[in-house]
Design a binder for this molecule. Structure first.
Ligand code: A3P
Length: 300
C-alpha cells in the first residue's frame, strides 16, 4: 500500500516499513543482488541518526594503517564521507549494476534497511553490523530540518503537528522508527559478536571510548591512545563541517552535502518541538519500548 507522505508525494509500505519509491526500489535490488562477505562491515541507522559521523569514524578506524590519520592528506580531508562509504539501497537505486565486489577490503557500507528486510547473505554470513540509534525527538527534528532545506517548497505547507502524528504512527520515511531500533537491539543481545548497538548520545559523551569499543568489536583494537584521539578529532562535527569539501557541492543523487551537517548536538529538539509534540513522541516511545530507566533517558 502507498500513502501521501511528508517530503515525498507518496510513501510505500513494504515488509512493515514505509519507504520512498526510490529507496524501495533500491532495497528490492539489494535483496536480490547483494552478496555479503564474512569480512564486510555494515553500518545501519535510521535516517538522521549519525550516519555521516559513523561513516567517518569507521572509515578512519578500519583504514588507519593504510591512511594514517596524522598524515595530513587523509581521504576524509578531501572527500565527503558519503562518497567514501556507499549507501547500499541508494547505490542500487541509482546504478542497479553497481559492482560491490570492486570495493576495497574490508568493505564498509551503510544502509537504513530494517533487520527483517536485510539481504539473506547479510544474516547468514559472519559480516559485522554496527547499529547506531538516536533519540527519536532529535532524529525527527534533524529530518524535519533536512527536508525543509532540501525541498523548501514541497515541505512549506505541511504542518509539523501532522508530521509528528505521521512519525508516531510510523508512516514516515523508514518508519516506524521504534521497530527498526528494537529489531537491531534484540539482534545485538542475541548475537553480540555480529551486531554492536551504539547510540548517538553515548558517542557524543565518550567518543574515544566508543571508538575503542567499535575497534574491539571489529577485531582491530588500538595499541596507541593518541591514534584514538586523532580519529576522534578528525571526525568531530567541528572538523568535518568546516572542511570546504563538506560545505559545498552535491552528492550524485542531488542532495546538497552541507545538509548533512546542521548542529550535531544532543537535546537540540527543544528548539523545534513544542511540549505537546515532544510528549506525543515520548508517549510513543514508552508504548513501544516500555518505561525502563533507559527509556526515561531518551526523554531528556
Ligand atoms: P542535526 O540535524 O541534529 O544537527 P545523518 O548523518 O544520519 O544524516 O545524520 C545527520 C545528523 O548528524 C545531523 O544532526 C548532523 O548535524 C549530525 N552530524 C553530522 N556529522 C556529525 C559529526 N561529525 N558529529 C556529530 N554529529 C554529526
Amino acid at each position: 500500500p502507498s500513502e501521501k507522505g511528508w517530503l515525498v508525494s507518496q510513501i510505500y509500505q513494504f515488509q512493515g516499513r514505509w519507504h520512498t519509491e526510490a529507496l524501495l526500489q533500491g532495497i528490492l535490488t539489494c535483496q536480490k543482488h547483494f552478496e555479503a562477505k564474512d569480512s564486510d562491515i555494515i553500518l545501519v541507522t535510521n535516517p538522521k541518526s549519525g550516519t555521516t559521523w559513523l561513516k567517518s569514524l569507521l572509515f578512519a578506524l578500519i583504514n588507519r594503517h593504510k591512511f594514517p590519520v596524522s598524515s595530513g592528506d587523509h581521504p576524509l580531508l578531501v572527500t565527503n564521507p558519503h562518497l567514501l562509504v556507499p549507501f547500499m539501497e541508494g547505490v542500487y537505486y541509482e546504478s542497479p549494476d553497481f559492482d560491490f565486489s570492486l570495493l576495497p577490503f574490508p568493505r564498509l557500507m551503510n544502509t537504513h534497511i530494517s533487520h527483517l528486510s536485510l539481504p539473506e547473505s547479510v544474516k547468514s554470513s559472519s559480516c559485522k553490523i554496527v547499529y547506531c540509534c538516536r533519540n527519536p525527538k532529535d532524529m525527527f527534528v534533524s529530518l524535519w530540518h533536512f527536508g525543509k532545506k532540501l525541498a523548501p517548497q514541497e515541505t512549506a505547507d505541511y504542518p509539523i503537528e501532522k508530521a509528528v502524528e505521521a512519525f508516531c504512527q510510523g508512516k514516515f520515511i523508514g518508519g516506524p522508527f521504534w521497530d527498526h531500533v528494537l529489531e537491531y537491539w534484540y539482534e545485538s543481545r542475541k548475537n553480540p559478536n555480529k551486531v554492536l548497538f551504539v547510540t548517538y548520545e553515548e558517542l557524543k559523551k565518550q567518543t574515544g571510548d566508543m571508538v575503542k569499543r567499535m575497534a574491539e568489536f571489529l577485531g582491530c583494537g588500538f595499541t596507541a591512545e593518541e591514534e584514538v584521539s586523532e580519529i576522534v578529532n578528525l571526525c568531530s562535527f567541528e572538523s568535518l563541517s568546516s572542511l570546504e569539501i563538506n560545505r559545498q557541492g552535491k552528492l550524485p543523487n542531488g542532495i546538497e552535502i552541507n545538509a548533512f551537517f546542521r548542529k550535531g548536538e544532543t537535546g537540540g529538539w527543544r528548539d523545534t518541538l513544542s511540549e505537546s509534540l515532544a510528549d506525543a513522541i515520548d508517549r510513543t516511545t514508552e508504548e513501544k519500548f516500555g518505561s525502563s530507566d533507559n527509556v526515561q533517558k531518551i526523554k531528556q
